[in-house]
Design a protein around this ligand. Structure first.
Ligand code: AGP
Length: 601
């Protein structure tokens, strides 16, 4: 997840330290490259950028020494184009007159680059941020002023993004910098003889607490002493009063949420939208699909939450695409299946960190067989990414909270997307509607999840049961509960419950059932076995009359097809765990004994 920051002052000054400070405060979002640009009063642009961490790159390029009246810094998290100096941002236009940087994904980047090359523009890299600059340049070349060129460029750029752009040639009356928001975050700060703009608040707050929040479909023009917001579609001025931000830095980093976990749960609609946009446009998907289609055996390998995504993924491949896929825990894979792999097999290794030792052990064991090794990961540049034959990024941005939430959902969405592509009759899913459905589910289930948390909080052991596709969801929900509430919660197949665990049930014993729409009738049998022994059954499912009659509590998720309802069902379980963790006075972001990246056996 990239980050941008731009600043406009009224005289040449040492901007380097300010840009470095802003970069460090954006760095929690995750990045692989960093770049700074300044423009002095004479219109001279100083651009320095490279791959690496802020402090190493600063040591090489001396950002700290940069001077100017205006400046911008960008942290890049690679999606389009490998991490490289050319792809690092900011970017110049063909003649070095405009400079800009973006945050987000331009999904039609490939076709835009071809268009710009046909127009004779100088395209230096493959990064989509460069396309934002050329899109503006292209309209400036047709005689438009910069603001109109930005508004017209917005019609060309598809995807979710925000970008800042400045021209070296400006009069005092012209805006010194411009920005536009379309799907990615953008906040403006108004200080004393200075204005600034950024992807989020933490980089602005040390400079000023006077804030203006920009909305989607708006541009903002910055002068040293004022800003002007206009609508993209008709260019009309938007009047908006600045607000004073009174909370601390910690609150700013958490985007107004109490914990990173809560923030990351609520980032899921956007994370899914960005992943889908990326997948639709990415040339990396086809080699993946090809290896899956051709596989004699297809194994999905991971640990913990990533393994649960593999379980759901296997159901998707089996049931939607008719491709037998086998989910395996990474250490078990190493101990059992790795030794019988052949070059015709495909192993998909799934890990948000890309550094989990158990997963890397499985990868190394599988490598000996010449099977095709595919990686699905969130952290670009990770060992898994480097060692895989092909990889797909989860495109979630940085996940700080130890309990995985948005990376899990994007793993499941990734599998669903791949399975949908592999269907015999071609894709069927309406991908555009999924982010909205996720948003709706978070809103619709929060109160019921909170109520369920209050009930479960009075117990220290319980079961979560799933059936078919929802088994992985039940197991993931149970893991999330154990991880951040320290209660014992076992996730298992609902039909297995009668084979032993049923003896644990007593009056009021809580058992939560996660049901897909097509499993409701079967699930009611399993619910009855608990209810008739005095247990307290809770359902997480789409509305179903039969289920409603048989449970004590019902967390209703929006109506959806089986494969979509399956992934929606995890959302209230994340919320439930979060609420219960708070009821217990625990910090869900940093549960005891656990680490975000497990690099030990
Ligand atoms: C998830 O909430 C856990 N923190 C944990 O189970 C995690 O999923 C597991 O350690 C695997 O991590 P990975 O995805 O980085 O490989």
């Amino acid at each position: 997840m990239c980050g941008i920051f731009g600043i406009v002052g009224n005289h040449d000054q040492q901007l380097g330290e300010i840009l470095l400070g802003a970069a460090r405060r954006l760095s929690y979002r995750g990045y692989d490259s960093v770049g700074c640009a300044t423009i002095d009063a004479r219109g001279h642009i100083d651009l320095r950028k490279d791959v690496g961490k802020i402090d190493e790159v600063n040591e090489r390029l001396d950002f700290a020494a940069m001077r100017g009246q205006r400046g911008m810094v960008q942290l890049r998290w690679a999606t389009f184009g490998a991490p490289s100096v050319e792809n690092a941002q900011p970017h110049l236009d063909s003649n070095g007159a405009l400079i800009g940087a973006h945050n987000g994904n331009i999904v039609n980047n490939v076709s835009l680059r071809e268009r710009f090359m046909d127009e004779g523009l100088t395209v230096r890299g493959t990064n989509d941020g460069e396309s934002c600059v050329h899109a503006v340049e292209s309209h400036v070349n047709q005689g438009n002023g910069i603001l109109d060129a930005i508004r017209k460029a917005a019609r060309d750029l598809q995807g979710d993004y925000a970008f800042v752009i400045a021209s070296k040639d400006t009069n005092e009356s012209d805006p010194a910098m411009y920005a536009i928001k379309n799907g990615s975050g953008l906040v403006v700060g108004i200080g004393d003889g200075m204005t600034c703009v950024s992807s989020d608040l933490p980089s602005i707050l040390p400079l000023t607490r006077k804030i203006l929040r920009i909305k989607d479909g708006e541009t903002v023009s910055l002068w040293p002493d004022r800003v002007e917001i206009r609508r993209v579609n008709d260019g009309l001025i938007v009047e908006r009063e600045p607000e004073m931000f009174t909370e601390g830095m910690d609150a700013a980093e958490k985007g107004g949420y109490a914990h990173f976990m809560e923030k990351e749960i609520h980032e899921q609609p956007q994370a899914v939208a960005e992943l889908i946009h990326w997948l639709v446009a990415s040339p990396h998907v086809e080699p993946f699909l090809d290896s899956m289609r051709k596989a004699r055996h297809l194994y999905l390998v991971g640990c913990g939450t990533s393994y649960h995504a593999c379980m759901i993924g296997a159901s998707y491949f089996n049931r939607l695409a008719g491709i037998p896929a086998i989910p395996v825990l990474a250490p078990q894979f190493t101990e059992t299946l790795a030794s019988i792999l052949t070059p015709d097999d495909t192993v998909v290794l799934v890990s948000q960190s890309g550094e989990t030792k158990d997963v890397l052990n499985a990868l190394n064991a599988a490598r000996r067989s010449n099977a095709t090794l595919l990686g699905i990961l969130n952290v670009l540049g990770s060992t898994l990414m480097e060692a895989s034959d092909h990889y797909l990024p989860l495109a979630c941005g940085y996940e700080i909270s130890v309990p995985a939430t948005k990376t899990f959902l994007n793993q499941v969405v990734m599998f669903l997307y791949l399975a949908d592509q592999l269907r015999a009759g071609g894709p069927e899913i309406d991908w555009d509607s999924l982010p909205g459905l996720i948003e709706k589910t978070l809103h619709a289930t929060d109160a019921a999840a909170r109520r369920a948390a209050e009930i479960l909080n009075t117990h220290n052991e319980m079961y979560y049961l799933g059936y078919g596709m929802t088994l992985g969801v039940a197991m993931e929900g149970a893991l999330k509960l154990k991880e951040i509430t320290y209660a014992h919660c076992e996730g298992m197949l609902s039909s297995e419950f009668k084979h032993g665990p049923l003896s644990a049930v007593y009056e009021g014993y809580p058992v939560l059932f996660v049901s897909g729409p097509s499993d409701a009738a079967m699930m009611v049998n399993h619910i009855s076995e608990v209810a008739c022994r005095g247990g307290h059954p809770i359902a997480v499912a789409c509305e179903d009359g039969l289920l409603r009659k048989n449970v004590s509590e019902y967390v209703v998720i929006p109506d959806a097809a089986q494969e979509i309802a399956t992934l929606l069902a995890v959302l209230p379980l994340q919320l439930l765990s979060y609420h219960m963790s708070l009821l217990r006075g625990l910090d869900p972001d940093f549960p005891r004994n656990l680490s975000k990246t497990l690099t030990v056996d």
